[in-house]
Design a protein around this ligand. Structure first.
Ligand code: EPU
Length: 335
């Protein structure tokens, strides 16, 4: 374990942006993290899978990569298994490991890029399930106080792609391990249209967590670019939540608009649809582009810089705002 200098971050971010870190190190335990933090130059960035960020310039301080691994059953009761996974575990490998052991609940979240430690930060979600639905608690280390804290469900302040770790505690904690509350008797979430259609195509008769996972993998592979082939960070923007009156207003001239009622009576609309209506789907300028099968995803076809991807995202935000009076928010963290 040692610090390296002037390292390319290209292998460590799923966008494949060739920014450089002034200092770079990896840690495989809390002890190693403490040792590295003690000699780190600020600013400090803790990296997991690097699948939800965009570097728009070289990083002037220290980047530390969380590589702590380990998965264990820590407790069980009549209905649940409590599984603790270290933050450096790859998310999808963890999902597959749970499915193989018969722990249900993560199947809809299959094939999401990134690490276990990143999963609570933005409350990852897909196909009708969010991390908060399976979350029990997490352990995090406070960088300034050098102290361990346990966060339970309410402490995390989960919302749509949100948590306290993106807001008031941003950059203050390093998540070390997450405990998930998984099911002994699975409850399947197949209501999301794309899953229903895929299960039909697969001619499924006996539902299982593994089959749902297979269906999700098929959907994601058909719509979302594989970051090991084409650089991307999944959805670049959040789906905006608007008032019902604005929704009705837009619907008058755009009858095709997609919207889903949220718990508080507002309407969540598909940002991919808004972007597509503005003509961006499949657009490419240099190596920066808007993915041709899912307009919510921005891609790096090879040598795009973070600045080029960022400026494409600016153009998209402006054009959606001009046409629909809705300002898209980025979901990806910008550095
Ligand atoms: N749509 C379009 N054009 C597009 C893309 C989408 O019209 O180019 C419309 C489609 O008609 C579709 C609707 O938008 O009915 C929803 O599309 P999709 O099911 O692909 O989901 P999404 O709302 O675009 C969200 C998440 C994804 C998650 C999927 C499935 C966000 C920001 N994104 O995308 O999460 O996989 O739902 O649950 O909430 C991610 O966060 O990185 C991510 C990929």
């Amino acid at each position: 374990m040692q610090m390296e200098e002037n390292i390319s971050l290209k292998p460590y971010n799923s966008f494949g942006i060739d920014a450089r870190a002034r200092y770079w190190g990896r840690f495989r335990s809390l002890n190693e993290l403490e040792e590295l933090v003690a000699v780190s130059e600020q600013p400090l960035l803790i990296l997991g899978g690097g699948s939800n960020l965009l570097f728009t310039k070289d990083f002037p301080g220290t980047v530390l990569r969380n590589e702590i691994t380990g998965i264990r059953l820590v407790d069980e009761d009549a209905d649940h298994y409590y599984i603790e996974a270290a933050a450096g575990e790859n998310w999808h490998r963890f999902v597959l490991d749970c499915l193989a052991k018969g722990y249900a609940g993560l199947e809809n979240l299959s094939l999401i890029p990134g690490s276990v430690g990143a999963s609570p930060i933005q409350n990852i979600g897909a196909y009708g399930v969010e991390l908060k639905d399976v979350f029990h608690s997490l352990q995090a280390w406070h960088l300034a106080e050098k102290k361990l804290y346990t966060f339970n469900l309410t402490d995390c302040g989960f919302g749509y792609r949100e948590s306290v770790f993106k807001q008031e505690y941003r950059d203050q904690f390093v998540i070390l391990a997450v405990t998930y509350r998984l099911l002994k008797n699975p409850v399947y979430h197949t209501g999301y249209g794309a899953i229903e259609q895929e299960l039909e195509k697969m001619q499924v008769t006996d539902l299982s967590a593994k089959i749902i996972s297979d269906a999700v993998i098929r959907i994601r592979s058909s719509k979302l670019p594989d970051p090991s082939v084409t650089g991307n960070a999944g959805s670049f923007f959040k789906n905006p939540v608007i008032t019902e009156s604005l929704f009705e207003e837009i619907k008058k001239s755009n009858p095709g608009i997609q919207g889903y009622a949220t718990a508080n009576g507002q309407i969540k609309i598909a940002a991919g649809w808004l972007i597509e209506q503005c003509g961006w789907k499949g657009y490419r300028k240099g190596d920066a582009g808007c993915y041709d099968k899912q307009a919510l995803v921005l891609v790096n076809y090879g040598k795009a810089s973070g600045k080029e991807i960022f400026s494409l995202s600016e153009e998209i935000i402006e054009s959606v705002a001009a046409r629909f009076t809705i300002r898209l928010e980025r979901e990806v963290n910008i550095w």
